[in-house]
Design a protein around this ligand. Structure first.
Ligand SMILES: *[C@@H]1O[C@H](CO)[C@@H](O)[C@H](O)[C@H]1NC(C)=O
Ligand SMILES: *[C@@H]1O[C@H](CO)[C@@H](O)[C@H](O)[C@H]1NC(C)=O
Length: 243
């Protein structure tokens, strides 16, 4: 009996803890005439905590951010798989634009990421531009001045007497700036060919990214909207934007 009660208390306690909102955020009121500015400030308050993660929002630590795996292919000849992906500096973004419309359940945001470094294990096969590739090893990439445009719209629904946002229309647009990539071991120990191929990849990085844009967008969207979705499915409109 006692065990059962303690178990029950523990369960309540856990659910209270896990449904708590982060105390360091000053939440924006629904009727705030400067809602956009307030929302941008709230994001700025969240930002320093992204480094070590925000358990209340189920957001993982971002120093670095780990992704187990991502695959890119162009639907025909080319396929690349990245594993044990580490993304550095993702929490160092600036909010460049915010437009929130709570009534119509619309959020628009533009984030600037001054620098991103992505390290992973890769395996690549197939033809990319003029290159015939078949290799695996470690990859490293530095991206400067990445810009991410995030748009979400949808509706509100009721769950247990509370209203929640449901975003069924989401889009992410990415501008990559000019990245510098490095793939080790593309041609095993043929260092000269490795160097030459890395040079060709970097000289043609804009067209490579363009070719991979649809799949890059899908991979990154799934990830980003997965994280954002956790917040909006856990917390009601009124919890996030009190009256
Ligand atoms: C989805 O959003 C885009 C722009 O953000 C808009 O043009 C489009 O009408 C929306 N679609 C739906 C089904 O709401
Ligand atoms: C990325 O930047 C780091 C730190 O400046 C540097 O050590 C690394 O070599 C760079 N990687 C590439 C692929 O240029």
């Amino acid at each position: 009996m006692n065990t059962l009660i303690s178990f029950f208390i523990l369960m309540c306690f856990t659910s209270v803890i896990s449904k708590k909102l982060p105390a360091y955020i000053s939440f924006c009121h629904q009727g705030d005439p400067n809602l956009n500015e307030c929302f941008a400030n709230a994001i700025a308050q969240v930002k320093p905590h992204l480094k070590n993660g925000i358990p209340e929002f189920q957001l993982p630590a971002m120093n670095p951010l780990f992704l187990p795996e991502a695959s890119l292919d162009n639907g025909e000849s080319f396929r690349a798989t990245f594993k044990d992906i580490e993304v550095f500096h993702a929490y160092e973004f600036d909010v460049k634009y915010v437009n929130v419309d709570l009534k119509h359940a619309q959020f628009d945001m533009v984030l600037g990421l001054p620098r991103l470094r992505i390290k992973s294990k890769y395996s690549i096969t197939g033809k990319l531009l003029i290159l015939q590739l078949n290799g695996n090893g470690r990859s490293d990439g530095n991206f400067t001045n990445v810009e991410a445009g995030i748009k979400m719209s949808g509706s509100k629904y009721t769950k247990g007497k509370k209203e929640y946002f449901n975003f069924n229309n989401k889009s992410l647009t990415l501008k990559f700036g000019h990245p510098v990539l490095r793939f080790d071991n593309l041609f095993q120990d043929n260092e000269e060919l490795n160097e030459r191929t890395n040079k060709i990849i970097n000289e043609n990085i804009e067209s490579i990214l363009e070719e991979l844009t649809p799949v890059l967008n899908r991979v990154i969207s799934d990830f980003v909207f997965g994280l954002i979705g956790r917040i909006f499915s856990r917390f009601s409109v009124e919890e996030l934007f009190p009256k």
